[in-house]
Design a protein around this ligand. Sequence first.
Ligand code: AMP
Ligand code: GLY
Length: 420
Amino acid sequence: MNILILGGGGREHALAWAVMQNPKCDRLIVAPGNAGIAAIADCADLDIMNGAAVVAFSEENAIDFVIIGPEAPLVAGVADRLREAGILVFGPGAAVARLEASKSFTKDICDAAGAPTAAYGHFTDTEAAKDYVRAQGAPIVVKADGLAAGKGVVVAMTGDEALTAIDDMFGGAFGGAGAEVVIEEFMAGEEASYFVLCDGETALPMGTAQDHKRVGEGDTGPNTGGMGAYSPAPVLTDAVATKALEEIVKPILAEMAKRGTPYQGVLYAGLMIKDGQPRLVEINVRFGDPECQVLMLRLGAQVLDLLLACAEGRLERAQVNWADDHAMTVVMAANGYPGDYGKGSVIKGLDALPEDSFNMVFHAGTREVEGRITASGGRVLNVTARGGTLQEASMRAYAMVDQINWPEGFFRRDIGWRAL
Ligand code: AMP
Ligand code: GLY
């Protein structure tokens, strides 16, 4: 089959790598792709936010299956346009993508489904929001309702911090995303990510992971898109995962189906786990980045069969074959990230690294310029490895990191510290 993947980060490189291993894949195009993806697939210049353009491109190139990586095209309804045109697609439509695009919508769905999550209020008015904070006290969590690239959340340890966050959000610090604000109970515990494929009716768990959102070692400093991840997540034991599936994921799927908007794609549940009880922090309607990289390295070629079964409504008869293994990815980012950073620096040493089912450097933000790999984003490389233990995966990943010569970049040396 001819397959099109939308996106151009480390997540999409990992998806492309897994899909390419499967003999069902004849031709793979990734739009826009990046320098790492260009080494294994064709890259195309295409406006992936424009549903009509994606449909036209798919028809011109006889694409049989489209896999949508990032949330923005999902929120924009690109999956809907493809389905209307009769093109097979992995990823939910805009009505379901609201679960990621609006935190208050997700809270309403949790209420209707009885799914455990933090107590909350939502506000469009500064004074009402502040009164709620004064009544509840700190710690408390203030969130811009809309998509804010992972930056619209303030975990306030004091009341003053929360009041300042409310002023910032209503003051336009996150643009339209902050026109509505959700204020939540602070949940203590350990966070983990749970990935479940859904075809509207059947839910098939695909794996667990934990990521490190803070930029600094020991999980300190500002939030980022993620500085590393590992899979499986030890805190998501079978018992906790079963609870999450039965108490959170399945009731939410049932509620979405009841509303006439069945969930088709991957449901990424961000969970807070305390004393063996998971509660929902957030839903994303796509794979995590960089969590996808560790999941793909562990699953390999079967990923395409699973995504196809999901898109075609055949998950009831599908199964995930797990090896008893562990994977880790270490993010290399440009100096300055998540603040301002430079672009265009040259990365050396990549050619000498192994590329096999145990070791892969997925590219997140790279561009080839005159035959050299250069940095073109904040998160630039995802150095990913697999092993029989997390320790082994970690040793392999850092052995590769240490061979990469890129003075303009940095990474965390402690990915996986909680589990190790
Ligand atoms: P979100 O964008 O909703 O995932 O929030 C970003 C991060 O803020 C989460 O990964 C958590 O670390 C933290 N967070 C969000 N909501 C809560 C909460 N209710 N209690 C504690 N921490 C939270
Ligand atoms: N790594 C967090 C995310 O993809 O949202």
